[in-house]
Design a protein around this ligand. Sequence first.
Ligand code: FE2
Length: 235
Amino acid sequence: MPWDELTPRTFAAFEKDLDGISKQTMEDHYKLYEGYCKKANECRAILKELDYSEIEGNQVYSPLRSVSVDYTFALLGYKNHDLYFGHLGGDGGDPRGAFAETVEAEYPGGLEMWQQAIRKAATAARGWVMVGYDLNDGSIFNYIMDTQNLWAVYNMVPVLALDVYEHAYTRDFGATPDGRKQYVEAFFRNIDWDHVNRQLLQAMGAREGAQRVGVEEVGKVGAESPEPQHQPSPN
Ligand SMILES: [Fe+2]
């Protein structure tokens, strides 16, 4: 964990008039993001000052346990909104580029199936839908997250973050299931697919790099197989 302080970033989406998502919603939402940043920093400061030779480690309750768990809530509140705000402000439309190609190739029903799947995931999640690229097998999945720190998996790199907490849409669309559906459509009208594609290509590059390192390591120990050491693992 880095021990320095996080700072809230600025996002292009706040300089634009989004289609259907009001400036007031965005400004209120940003205050939540700032709050997550502040609390993540508070947790870091506490974890920095603890005397690990003296403190109690207790699985029922201990300050170490509490601050460590709540740190993940605060930090992922920061990170998830960082991605969410980052890819708003675009011209929407259907997915394109590497993201569209990957989804089209992977989903049995192609891009159309994914488009339906993420909309249903948005009605089934209590907090977030995180579209993530798996560094192990190169797959993409719509992770339903009930809070920002629950139900994602290891080695998943987020490429698209859809916030479905009520604070993201109640002001503009009402706190109803239909309001949420209208908000999700507005979200996709404002998404910047270039930003999503940059996230995805970065994750793909990281996977490629890991596999290349695997080949080099095998070569060093004299193995004959040209296959990468880090094979995709079945999930
Ligand atoms: Fe949010």
